[in-house]
Design a protein around this ligand. Structure first.
Ligand SMILES: Cc1ncc(COP(=O)(O)OP(=O)(O)O)c(N)n1
Ligand SMILES: Cc1ncsc1CCOP(=O)(O)O
Length: 514
């Protein structure tokens, strides 16, 4: 198929426009959503806000109706007066620089008309029309009088219109749409009504394993396929898709690439959210930020980091475990069963893919014992497997940057030898300090600081401290008894993993320090 690049309204994208960049260096892409409120927050204005936020685009809102709605259906609709909709439009458009307007529920002809008037008065880069007429639960959200307004005024102004099968059928006077070739014919007929581009969404197409959408730009057809996600959580996909297209256009994408990105985003969000349970009805919302599931899976992480978990910190070493003929996962399992209170995967000679696979397995083991699992050095692996946190050293990524990348929930530990480094770790947003090497060790070439150095760091540190380096059964108690309250435990490698029985060694060490 021939490649098309349609720039919305024929303008140069902001990203590539030096003039815009020079005069408005901090301008952020802006979508105005003109739509109804969904109290269940799966669709409508709420979905639009979340979609734009997750695409890093600012979203202002003009509310056309307030619906009482949940996962069961629509229990009530309160349509706002067109004058008040006009007032909201004027407030936003007269003050803010809006790049793209996206429309959703437009429940009266009067509202369609005031919208078109304002779009003529305040031209924008692109208009995305999601012709919301029937909710996913089957409730009618815009009557037949609105249809005339769509056909005669709004669609001719639109850069893209995104009907699903039912909406496309209604727009064309109830023609049946049962196949991809029907969708192509519908896209062409809707294009004849005036919009520059048409996306007919085939999510409801019967007997289709894939979700096939037909995109038509007036010249060429594109069939955009993605595998169907088997989930009840599809409420709000139409609003989200249209908002996502609007967001990408606001950033400067071409129409086709905005549509493709939006479709990929929906697929990823549906995949991610397929097992979410929100509400008791037939159709649930999905998670635009791809974050809720992790909160559910690791309920204990909802509490902030607990420094007491530093008591017996097991730090892995695959060379040692290989020597004793066991896998990293077997070693971790034995350590947590023996009573390790926190685990760090410290794997220096492993391919990224293998590291990720091992981390996932170890995460399951640790989660089943409610023991946090941290990754040594690798922010990417931490994020990719959603581990509980990372441990970094003085020559790794700065802790402040790690915090920015990992967000507020992940645990960050930083290696420190001096009070100054400890102070900096606190400023940078670390959760604990790994202090050492306290004693000489064969595990790592490392300058030792002794008990005095450990005390110096603990005394100034505002963060909890775990001691590391040359610690084992013979000296662990002495370390725990140095008499500084923020020394919370010992971190050990060889004392657990360079031994025949990890479980027994862990139990014995725990008994000594508890
Ligand atoms: C708990 C804990 N403390 C210190 C270290 C050492 O980390 P780092 O300085 O990054 O050195 P490497 O572990 O990367 O060799 C640690 N891993 N854990
Ligand atoms: C990673 C690290 N950082 C300072 S010392 C050390 C190694 C600790 O290993 P061991 O517990 O075997 O002495």
């Amino acid at each position: 198929m021939a490649k098309v690049e349609v720039l919305c309204c024929g303008q140069v994208p902001f990203r590539n426009n030096p003039k815009t960049m020079m005069t408005q260096p901090s301008k952020i892409p802006h979508v105005l959503s003109v739509a109804g409120s969904d109290s269940g927050a799966g669709a409508g204005i709420q979905a639009d806000l979340k979609a734009c936020a997750s695409r890093h685009v600012y979203c202002s809102t003009v509310i056309t109706a307030v619906t009482a709605q949940n996962t069961v259906g629509v229990q009530g609709v309160h349509i706002l007066h067109e004058h008040f909709v006009a007032q909201q439009l004027n407030s936003v458009l007269s003050d803010m620089h809006v790049d793209v307007v996206k429309t959703g529920m437009l429940p009266s002809l009067g509202i369609v008309k005031v919208l078109c008037q304002n779009l003529r008065k305040f031209p924008v880069k692109a208009l995305v029309v999601d012709p919301v007429m029937i909710s996913t639960s089957g409730d009618v959200l815009a009557g037949s009088s609105v249809l005339a307004g769509f056909r005669e005024e709004l669609l001719p102004m639109a850069d893209i219109v995104t009907p699903n099968l039912k909406e496309a059928s209604v727009l064309l006077g109830d023609v049946p749409l049962k196949s991809v070739s029907d969708m192509r014919a519908a896209a062409k007929l809707i294009h004849d009504l005036g919009p520059r581009n048409v996306l007919v969404k085939g999510g409801d197409l019967p007997n289709s394993l894939d979700a096939i959408d037909v995109f038509f730009n007036g010249e060429e057809f594109y069939e955009l396929c993605s595998s169907r996600v088997n989930t009840r959580n599809t409420h709000g996909t139409g609003c989200t898709l249209a908002s996502c297209i609007a967001a990408e256009l606001a950033k400067g994408s071409s129409m086709l690439s905005a549509v493709k990105t939006a479709k990929q985003f929906i697929k990823a969000a549906l995949d991610y959210s397929k097992d979410l349970v929100i509400g008791n009805g037939a159709q649930g919302p999905f998670d635009h930020f791809l974050a809720l599931k992790n909160v559910n899976q690791s309920a204990y992480r909802q509490n902030r980091f607990n420094p007491d978990t530093l008591l017996l910190y097991a730090v892995t070493d695959s060379t040692m475990n290989r020597k004793w003929g066991r896998s990293i996962a077997e070693a971790v399992k034995a350590a947590v069963e023996g009573g390790a209170t926190i685990v760090q995967l410290r794997e220096k000679d492993i391919e990224t893919r293998d590291f990720l696979d091992v981390a996932k397995v170890c995460l399951k083991i640790c989660r089943s014992h409610r023991v946090p699992l941290l990754i040594n050095d690798r922010i990417d692996v931490t994020l990719a497997c959603d581990a509980d946190g990372v441990h970094i050293g003085q020559s790794d990524m700065p802790a402040s940057l790690a915090r920015t990348l990992l967000g507020p929930e992940k645990i960050i530990g930083v290696s420190c030898k001096t009070p100054e480094q400890a102070e900096q770790a606190w400023v940078d947003g670390a959760d604990y300090i790994g202090c050492g090497g306290v004693y000489p060790t064969n595990t790592k070439a490392n300058r030792t600081i002794g008990l005095d150095g450990l005390k110096d760091v603990c005394q100034v540190s505002k963060l909890p401290v775990v001691a590391i380096g040359g610690i084992g059964l013979s000296n662990a108690r002495a370390i725990m008894e140095i008499g500084v309250p923020n020394l919370k435990g010992v971190a050990v490698v060889s004392a657990l993993f360079d031994r025949e029985c990890v479980l027994t060694e862990t139990k014995n060490l725990l008994a000594v320090i508890s």
